[in-house]
Each structure stands twice: as C-alpha cells, then as structure tokens.
Design a protein around this ligand. Structure first.
Ligand code: NCD
Length: 365
C-alpha cells in the first residue's frame, strides 16, 4: 500500500504510466466507468478548494465509486481538537482511500503514518501539491508532446506557491529543462526547493523580476496567484498583490506556441481577455486534473492490496528529538506528541531538514 505525499514518491516511469492511463481514460471512458464500484473516496478538506476537491469527487464518481467527506475544518472534529493522526485512523474505518488538504505543512504525511488506507496530499500549506503537478504534467504532455527540453517560466508567488514547488520537483527528472523564476525579491523560491531540488539535481535556472524580459524565451509560462492566506503581514500582501498581470499586450511578447498554465483560482494575475488566446491552457488544465486523479485513484487502490511499508527513520542521517522545527506552519507546531525527526541533508554545512515540512535547521548549534 502506498500514499502520494510528495511527487517524488513516484518514479518517472510511474508518472509516465499515469499519463498514459489518463490518456486512455480520455479516449475510452466507458472502459473505466465501473473500475471502482463499491469503493469509497474520503475528501478531507481543512482549507478552501473548488477544483481539487470537486475534481477528486468527479474522478471517483466517473470510476463508479462513491465519495464521503467534508470541505471545511469547522465541520470536522478538528474543530474539537482532534489530531490529524486520529482523524486519519478514523477515516480508514470508513473509506478505501483519502485525499487531504490541510493548512499545516506535513499534515497529509502525518495522516499517512497512522492511516491504514492510501493518503493523497491534496495540498499542505505552502509546501507541496503533487496532484496539481499530475494535472500540469498531462497538460504539458498534451500541449507539447513531451516533458523534456523545455524552457519553463514560473511567475508570481514562488515562495508560498505549493504547485510551483511540486512541479519543479517533477521537472527536475526531465532532461533539458531550463527554469526561469520570475518573482519579486520577497517571493523568491524557498530554500528547500532551491537547495534540495534545483541545485541538488543541477537544474539550469535563472531568476528575474521581469515578466516582460522572460516572456520571449518561454515554452511554458506557469502563472500563480499571490497566496494571500500565507502572509502574516497584510501590508506586505497589499504591496505585492499586483506584481504581475498577464495582459493581451504582454502575450504579444511571447512565442507563437508558448502555453500559459495556471493552477487556478486566478485573482487578477491573468486578464480575462487572455482566455481567448489559443495559448491559454488553464481551463483545459483543470479538466486534465480530473483524468489524472482518476488514474491516480486506480493506481493507489490497486497497490492498496499489498501491505503498507512504514517509512524508516532509523538511519544515521536522521536526528530524533534534539531539534524543534522553527516553521510555525509545520504540523509539528500543533500536533501533540508528534516525534521530532530531522534528516541531515548537507553534512558539510551541518544542515538538516524537518521530515514533515522540510524547514532547515543547523544541528550543531
Ligand atoms: C492551488 C492550490 O491550492 O495551491 N489551487 C489548486 O489546487 N488548483 C493554487 C492556488 O490556490 O493558488
């Protein structure tokens, strides 16, 4: 039995096979219409969502299965103080698979440790969003016919934009990817993505604050919303919220075949006039998300027939109970009695990272 917490939980071959299944579902939907008969998906959404939750639900219904769940933390026992670990154990009694979105980074991972059914991370704080990446990969594959040799611009809130983190992680395994990271200084890519993915895998990248300068080079432009809910300082949000607005005039600077992606929801960062441009792919991308979630549910339910393998934190690279995670958005800040586990990622610099949220710490201080 396996869960999907981080996009790197799947190999490149597994991602290719999910894309192939999704394409087969698009071509032959009737072949899959009964595939999950008698199975239940639980959607546990502790944070707002339209696309992700409803596309999960539509995916399960189109597979012939059924759906239970909640869409607000206030309507679950979390409001009474129930831990994520306990909630996950309970849901395991009622459903065959669960998708969880949570504002705390690492919460779905914590759920997967105590659940006895597969857990899908449907977005954890500003950390990861692997199923959005599945939608993004199918979109790129459909639009470009390949996942390699592409110049991909990420624009907007690269700090808190969890979809950006997961897509960069997936692309780190493709050849010939060039990243153009377009953001204001305050919203640059966080350290865990910069050091644990981009630099670690030697990805080619440049950083700029100018969308206009980047646009002519791009095969893909991945726009993002400034993530208001992650800012502790509302003044800073107000100052940064209109940093980038993609207009028809700016689209004139892009190549004929640049594909514009956006995980949605959009606020004002893409003018609605751009929607009519044939290069705008974001609504198709939302539809592709449903097919990839269907492929994912099929895969995880198939693998649920095999025993669960618990993660092994016993190696020398793990540090137990010596360090507290400093990230206030980490699940370890709220979940009672969660073990404190860090993984040494850069021994030369004494750097380790929280296994739940990947925040770095210095273990010699
Ligand atoms: C994204 C998310 O929740 O991170 N939305 C989505 O799942 N499609 C992006 C966002 O909220 O800006």
């Amino acid at each position: 039995m396996r869960s999907l917490i981080d996009i790197k939980d799947f190999t490149t071959e597994e991602l290719d096979s999910l894309i192939a299944t999704a394409k087969d579902i698009i071509a032959n939907p009737e072949k899959y219409s009964d595939a999950c008969r008698g199975k239940k998906l639980a959607t546990l959404f502790f944070e707002p969502s339209t696309r992700t939750r409803l596309s999960f639900e539509a995916a399960m219904l189109e597979l012939g299965g059924s759906v239970i769940g909640f869409s607000e933390a206030s309507s679950s026992s979390a409001a009474k103080g129930e831990s994520v670990a306990d909630t996950a154990k309970m849901i395991s009694c009622y459903a065959d698979i669960m998708a969880m979105r949570h504002p705390k980074e690492g919460a779905p991972f914590v759920a997967s440790l105590s659940a006895t059914i597969p857990v899908i991370n449907a977005g954890d704080g500003g950390h990861c969003h692997p199923t959005q990446t599945l939608a993004d990969l199918l979109t790129i594959s459909m639009e470009k016919g390949r996942l390699d040799n592409l110049t991909v611009g990420f624009c907007g809130d690269l700090k808190y934009g969890r979809t950006v983190h997961s897509l960069i992680s997936a692309l780190s395994r493709s050849k010939g990817i060039k990243l153009v990271l377009i953001s204001p200084e305050e919203l640059k890519i966080p350290s865990f993505v910069r050091y644990e993915t981009i630099e670690k895998y030697g990805m080619d990248y440049e950083e700029t604050a100018s969308l206009e300068e980047a646009l002519p080079k791009l095969d893909i432009l991945y726009m993002t919303r400034i993530q208001r809910e992650r800012f502790s300082d509302t003044y800073q949000y107000e100052r940064l919220k209109d940093s980038y607005i993609l207009t028809e005039e700016k689209m004139a600077l892009a190549k004929e075949d640049t594909s514009v992606l956006h995980p949605l929801p959009r606020v004002n960062e893409i003018s609605v006039k751009v929607d009519n441009d044939k290069r705008a792919c974001y609504f198709k991308q939302a539809l592709y998300g449903k097919y990839m979630r269907m492929a994912l549910i099929l895969k995880l339910l198939e693998e649920a027939k095999t025993p669960k393998i618990a993660p092994d934190f016993s190696g020398e690279e793990y540090i137990h109970e010596r360090i507290e995670c400093k990230n206030p958005r980490c699940i370890s800040a709220t979940e009672q009695e969660l073990p404190k586990i860090f993984k040494i990622t850069d021994p030369a610099a004494n750097i380790c990272r929280c296994v739940f949220c990947e925040e770095k710490s210095n273990y010699k201080v």
